[in-house]
Ligand binder design. Structure first.
Ligand code: PGD
Length: 777
C-alpha cells in the first residue's frame, strides 16, 4: 500500500497528476481540478522500470570497430555498454571531428519530437542549446508534423498562426453564442486530451455536452464516426478522405449562386474574392463547383451540402478544420478553403462564430491564453543559416545538394554527416519507414538520447540513456492552462540514466565550454531562474507571486488569463484599417498574389480542389486513415498497460467496416496484413461501423518492429502504419508531412504470428570495467 504522504505533483502532455512509487509500480492520481482526466495516465504505471528502458550508455559495436561511416544500421545489431566517462569524450570527439572537417552545417540537430512536458528538461531546447554552444550551430528544422501545411498557409493568407488557432474562439463562447459547428475532421477528445506541457483539466467533452444540450448542432465531416464524442450528439457526414475541399467549395457555390454570402464583410475584410468566386463558379476552369459536383467526389449528398450552407448563414456558425485534414497532399487547401467559406458567411470575429483552425485538435485550443510568460529554456544562437521543413528529413539525407522549393524560396539540402536526436522518434513520426531506414544509413554517425529503446535509438551509433520525467525535478505549464505545476521527482533514475541537461553539460565540459552551456547554474538554480520572469509578471499584475521555494512547496500556483475577447480577429472585424491582419493586403486573402507569384503547380492563387494524387485502385482499394492513437501520445509508452490493453493479437488494432471485412472473410480478432507497394504491417482486426466503407483506420504509434517474413520482404509485425504512408510534401508551398492517409489492401494473415520484440533492448554486451571491448579503440 503506497503511503499517501509520498505523492508528488507532476505533469505529462496528457495531464497533471500526483504520483507515488512503491518500488514496483507507480500509482497515479489525476489533478483534482481535472473534470475528465486522460486514461493515457494509465501507461505510466509500469513504465519506469520496463525492460524497454535504456539503462546504460551504449555504442553500436560495428561503429566502434570500424569507426564512423555510412552503411545499414540494423535494429538488431549488437551494442556495447560503456561508462559515462568513456562515452562522453567519444561522442564529444566525434562532434568535434565532424564539425572541424565539414563545419556545423554537416550536423543535423532538428531533433523533432514531443519529448516530455517539463519546461527545463525539454529535450529539444536542451539539444539545440547544446549544439549552438558546442558547435556554433547546426542544421535545424522548421514547422511541425502536426501542422506542417497550416503553419505556412495561415500566415500567408490570414494572420499569425497563434491568433487564428489559440486566441480566437473559446469553448465558453461556443456554449454561449454558437448555433452550428461545421467540423471538418471533427474534434475527437482523444486529441484534446493532449496538450504540450500538460493541462490540469480537460474541458472539451463537458463543453460539447453543455453546448449540445443548449441546441448547438455539431456537424462532423469525417470518414470516422467517433471523431466527435457521443456528448456532442453530432450529425455524421461520412466523407471520402481527401475530398473535404470539394464539400467546402460546393457550399461556397450555394452561397454565391443564391446570393447568401455576406457582401459587406467580403468587401470590408477580404482580398481576392473575385478570383476565388470566379473559380467557384467555374469561370476560370469551366467546372462549376456545384453541390452535385462536390457530392460526386466526396460522397456527401448534394442536398446536404446545400442545406448546411444555407443554414450556416442563417445562424451563428463556426467552421473548424482539424490538423489531420492538412496532414495530406495539398493539405494547405482545406485550411484555406474553410477560411474562405467562413468569410463568405461573414461571421469571422463574432463571438462563437467564423473560423477557428484546429479547435479541439489539442487541449491548448478553445481556452484563454495565459497573461504571464511561462518558464522557457533559452536555446542560444544558431550560426547555421540552412534548415529544412521538418518532414523533409529523408529527402535531405538521401539527396545532399539537391534543390527544392519551400514557401517561395529555392532551397538546397545540406550534406549531413552527423545526426543528433533527443526527444523524438522519427521511426514513429516519419512516413515511408523503409525509405527512412535507407536515409538513416547515410550519415557517418547518429547520436540519440532517449529513455527507451525505440527503433530510433536502435538505429543510432551512440545511445545516451535519458531520465524519464518522473526521475527529475521540473516545471510544468501549458500556454492556456491556469496553473504552473512543480514537477517533483518521484523515483530515482533507472540504471545509469542521466538528465539530458547533465549529459550535455558534461559533454560541453569535454569541449571546454561548460560554463557557456550551464551559465554556472545547477539544475535547481535553473528552475529558480526560469521561474523568475513568471513570478515578476505576477507581481507586476498585483497577483500572488510566491518565491520559488513557496511555489515548490505548494506544488502549484495559479496563473491569470487574457480576457476572452476574440483576439485580433475581433479587433480586425471592428476596424479592418485600424487593426489590419498581417497579410500583404492587411485583409483575409481569398486570393493571394504572393502565392500566385510563386507559380507552384500544386498551390494556386486561391483555395482550389486538387484530386488526391493517390486514389484507391483495384490493387489497393482501401484508404488507410493513420490518425492519432487514443491509447497513448504518439509512440510514447506504447508498452504501457493502457496502450497494450487495446491491442488485438498483441498488435495494433485495425478498424474495418463490416462490408469490407465480409468481402475479405475478416472477423474481429483475426490477424491481418495491411500492405501496399511501399510496405506491409500486421495488425489485429476490429470490425466496426465507426469507419465508413472503403476506409480502414490504423492509428500511429505502435513501435516499429520489422521482421523478414513472407518470402524475404520486411513486414512491421507490430502494426506501424508509417511503413505504408507516403514520404512526399503537402506541396511546394509548405512541404508538410502527408502521413494521414494512404491506400492499401487488407488480407487475413494465415502465417505464424511473430512475437513482438520491439519493447526491449537490442543485443547488449558490456565493455570490460566500462572500457572498450578488448582489442577495440
Ligand atoms: P513521440 O512518440 O512523442 O513522437 O512524433 P514524435 O517524435 O514527437 O516521441 C517522443 C520521444 O521522446 C519518445 O521516444 C520518448 O521516449 C522520448 N522522450 C520523452 N521524454 C524524453 C526526455 O526527457 N529526454 C529524451 N531524450 N527523450 C525523451 C510525433 C509526430 O508524429 C506528430 S507531432 C504528429 S502530429 C504526426 N502525426 C502523424 C499522423 O497523424 N499520421 C502519421 N502517419 N504519422 C504521423 N507522425 C507524426
Amino acid at each position: 500500500m503506497t503511503d499517501r504522504r509520498n505523492y508528488v505533483s507532476h505533469s505529462a502532455h496528457w495531464g497533471a497528476f500526483s504520483a507515488a512509487w512503491d518500488g514496483n509500480a507507480l500509482d497515479v492520481v489525476p489533478h483534482p481540478a481535472d473534470r475528465d482526466p486522460s486514461p493515457i495516465l494509465g501507461n505510466l504505471r509500469n513504465a519506469l522500470r520496463h525492460p524497454a528502458r535504456i539503462l546504460r550508455p551504449a555504442v553500436r559495436r560495428s561503429w566502434l570497430e570500424r569507426g564512423p561511416g555510412s552503411g545499414p544500421r540494423p535494429l538488431n545489431d549488437e551494442f556495447v555498454e560503456m561508462d559515462w566517462d568513456k562515452i562522453l569524450p567519444l561522442a564529444a570527439g566525434e562532434l568535434s571531428r565532424v564539425s572541424g572537417e565539414h563545419g556545423p552545417e554537416a550536423v543535423y540537430g532538428g531533433s523533432y519530437g514531443w519529448a516530455s512536458a517539463g519546461r527545463f528538461h525539454h529535450a529539444l531546447s536542451q539539444v539545440h542549446r547544446f549544439l549552438n554552444v558546442a558547435l556554433g550551430g547546426f542544421v535545424r528544422s522548421v514547422h511541425s508534423y502536426s501542422a506542417g501545411a497550416s503553419s505556412v498557409i495561415i500566415p500567408r493568407v490570414m494572420g499569425q498562426f497563434e491568433s487564428v488557432t489559440r486566441r480566437n474562439i473559446t469553448w465558453a463562447q461556443i456554449e454561449e453564442h454558437t448555433d452550428m459547428v461545421l467540423a471538418f475532421g471533427g474534434m475527437a477528445v482523444k486529441n484534446s486530451m493532449i496538450a504540450a506541457g500538460g493541462v490540469t483539466t480537460h474541458i472539451e467533452r463537458g463543453a460539447m455536452d453543455r453546448a449540445s444540450q443548449r441546441g448547438v448542432a455539431f456537424h462532423l465531416f469525417s470518414p470516422l464516426r467517433d471523431d466527435f464524442p457521443p456528448e456532442a450528439r453530432a450529425t455524421w457526414h461520412p466523407v471520402q478522405p481527401g475530398t473535404d475541399v470539394a464539400v467546402m467549395l460546393g457550399m461556397a457555390h450555394t452561397l454565391l449562386t443564391e446570393n447568401l454570402h455576406d457582401g459587406d464583410f467580403i468587401g470590408r475584410c477580404c482580398e481576392g474574392a473575385d478570383v476565388f468566386f470566379a473559380y467557384v463558379l467555374g469561370q476560370t476552369d469551366g467546372v462549376a463547383k456545384t453541390p452535385a459536383w462536390a457530392a460526386e467526389l466526396s460522397g456527401v449528398p448534394a442536398q446536404t451540402i446545400a442545406a448546411v450552407a444555407r443554414k450556416m448563414v442563417a445562424c451563428r456558425s463556426l467552421v473548424t478544420v482539424s490538423h489531420s485534414m492538412q496532414r495530406a497532399r495539398y493539405g494547405e487547401q482545406p485550411v484555406w478553403a474553410a477560411m474562405a467559406l467562413a468569410a463568405m458567411a461573414g461571421q469571422i470575429g463574432l463571438p462563437g462564430g467564423g473560423y477557428n483552425y484546429s479547435l479541439g485538435a489539442m487541449g491548448h485550443t478553445g481556452r484563454q491564453l495565459n497573461a504571464v510568460p511561462l518558464p522557457t529554456m533559452p536555446q542560444g544562437r544558431n550560426g547555421v543559416a540552412n534548415f529544412i521543413p521538418c518532414a523533409r528529413v529523408s529527402d535531405m539525407l538521401l539527396s545532399p545538394g539537391q534543390e527544392y522549393d519551400f514557401d517561395g524560396k529555392r532551397m538546397v539540402y545540406p550534406d549531413i554527416r552527423l545526426v543528433y536526436w533527443a526527444g523524438g522518434n522519427p521511426f514513429h513520426h516519419h512516413q515511408d519507414l523503409n525509405r527512412l531506414r535507407r536515409a538513416f544509413s547515410v550519415p557517418e554517425t547518429i547520436i540519440v538520447h532517449d529513455n527507451v529503446w525505440t527503433a530510433t535509438a536502435r538505429s543510432a551509433d551512440i545511445v545516451f540513456p535519458a531520465t524519464m520525467t518522473l526521475e527529475r525535478d521540473d516545471i510544468g505549464a501549458a500556454g492556456t492552462d491556469p496553473r504552473l505545476i512543480a514537477m517533483r521527482t518521484a523515483v530515482a533514475p533507472a540504471g545509469l540514466a542521466r538528465d539530458d541537461h547533465d549529459i550535455f553539460a558534461d559533454m560541453t565540459d569535454v569541449l571546454g565550454k561548460r560554463d557557456l552551456f550551464t551559465e554556472g547554474r545547477q539544475p535547481r538554480e535553473w528552475l529558480e531562474h526560469l521561474y523568475e520572469p513568471t513570478r515578476q509578471a505576477l507581481q507586476a499584475r498585483g497577483r500572488h507571486a510566491p518565491a520559488f521555494a513557496e511555489f515548490w512547496e505548494r506544488g502549484e500556483i495559479e496563473l491569470p488569463s487574457e480576457p476572452d475577447d476574440g483576439g485580433v480577429l475581433r479587433a480586425f472585424r471592428a476596424d479592418p484599417d485600424g487593426h489590419p491582419m498581417p497579410t500583404p493586403s492587411g485583409r483575409l486573402e481569398l486570393g493571394s498574389t504572393t502565392i500566385s507569384d510563386f507559380a507552384y503547380e500544386d498551390c494556386r492563387a486561391h483555395p482550389a480542389w486538387f484530386a488526391p494524387d493517390e486514389q484507391p485502385t483495384s490493387k489497393y482499394p482501401l484508404v488507410v486513415v493513420a490518425n492519432q492513437p487514443a491509447t497513448r501520445l504518439h509512440s510514447q509508452l506504447d508498452f504501457g498497460d493502457y496502450s497494450q490493453a487495446a491491442k488485438i493479437r498483441d498488435r495494433e488494432a485495425l478498424r474495418i467496416h463490416p462490408l469490407d471485412a465480409a468481402a475479405r472473410g475478416i472477423r474481429t480478432g483475426d490477424a491481418v496484413k495491411v500492405f501496399n507497394d511501399r510496405g506491409a504491417c500486421l495488425a489485429g482486426a476490429l470490425v466496426t461501423d465507426m469507419v465508413m466503407p472503403g476506409v480502414v483506420n490504423l492509428p500511429t504509434g505502435a513501435w516499429y518492429d520489422p521482421v523478414e517474413i513472407d518470402g524475404g520482404s520486411t513486414v512491421c509485425v507490430n502494426g506501424n502504419p508509417n511503413v505504408l504512408t507516403r514520404d512526399i510534401g503537402t506541396s511546394k508551398l509548405a512541404q508538410g508531412c502527408c502521413g494521414q492517409v494512404t491506400i492499401a489492401d487488407v488480407a487475413i494473415w494465415e502465417g505464424e504470428l511473430p512475437e513482438i520484440r520491439a519493447y526491449g533492448p537490442p543485443p547488449l554486451v558490456s565493455g570490460k570495467d566500462g572500457d572498450l571491448l578488448p582489442g577495440l579503440g
